[in-house]
Design a protein around this ligand. Structure first.
Ligand SMILES: Nc1ncnc2c1ncn2[C@@H]1O[C@H](COP(=O)(O)OP(=O)(O)OP(=O)(O)O)[C@@H](O)[C@H]1O
Length: 232
């Protein structure tokens, strides 16, 4: 499927008039209200806004984790609504890297195995898997801890594994929903600095949400949301 998606546009993600509501007539919440957004390759952008403003919903739609009510999402110019459900699964696997606030690592696998797993699904051969896993774990500062399971790592180290896992398959964009929310302030800032370095070295596009002003300061662009709408 990855060959069906042309990846030649400077825009990695574009949303057009994206809308998503939850609830019924009496309880209706417009989580996304006509969101039109363009994220260019190499951006390190933060979605910011009060609790309930729609940040997570926007990341979920872009990541193909949930369907919008109306509007369109383009990945490098290709409309993801045109994908079948199996193609959408491959879209997530091959084009999007996810980082969640609760790390979401597989507890029975070591740090290295967690990173390697997605490449196994992609059919990458063992020698290349090992080499790429070692290289990315080196970049996130986890060499020496590669055989530890998530429960044997600190929160900051677990999130570094999650960053490595998101990066290793060379996705077009990494989506991170409050990646530092479960970390203390110093560890959160260190994690963001590391992500920023990966962004600069690899021109990897990051789109993340945050509440933390210290984290916002590190973004190259702030995307502000209020009540499901983008604001200036
Ligand atoms: N599955 C759901 N069912 C019902 N309402 C939902 C659901 N998901 C989100 N909402 C509502 O949609 C709105 C946007 O929620 P969302 O989680 O996207 O905001 P957020 O900006 O990420 O908030 P936070 O910063 O607290 O994580 C909120 O009013 C929320 O209550």
């Amino acid at each position: 499927m990855s060959t069906q998606l042309k990846l030649d546009s400077q825009s990695v993600i574009q949303t057009k008039h994206l809308c998503k509501s939850y609830g019924d007539k009496d309880t209706l919440v417009k989580a996304l209200d006509d969101v039109t957004l363009d994220v260019k390759r190499g951006e390190f952008s933060a979605i910011v806004g009060p609790s309930g403003s729609g940040k997570s919903t926007l990341l979920q739609m872009i990541g193909g984790l949930d369907e919008s009510d109306s509007g369109e999402i383009f990945l490098a110019g290709n409309n993801i609504a045109d994908l079948s459900s199996s193609a959408l699964t491959q879209y997530r696997r091959d084009h999007i890297g996810f980082i969640f606030q609760s790390y979401n690592l597989i507890p029975v696998l070591s740090a290295a195995e967690n990173v390697e797993y997605i490449m196994l699904l992609q059919g990458i051969d063992k020698a290349e898997r090992k080499e790429r896993t070692f290289e990315i774990l080196k970049q996130v500062g986890l060499i020496g801890r590669e055989n530890r399971r998530p429960g044997q790592l600190s929160g900051g180290q677990q999130q570094r594994v999650a960053v490595a896992r998101a990066m290793v398959s060379k996705p077009d964009i990494i989506l991170a929903d409050e990646p530092t929310a479960n970390l203390d302030s110093k560890t959160g800032v260190e994690l963001l600095d590391m992500m920023k370095e990966l962004n600069e070295v690899h021109n990897m596009t990051f789109l993340f949400s945050t509440h933390d002003p210290k984290i916002m300061d590190r973004a190259s662009r702030l995307i502000k949301m209020v009540d499901g709408k983008l604001t200036k």
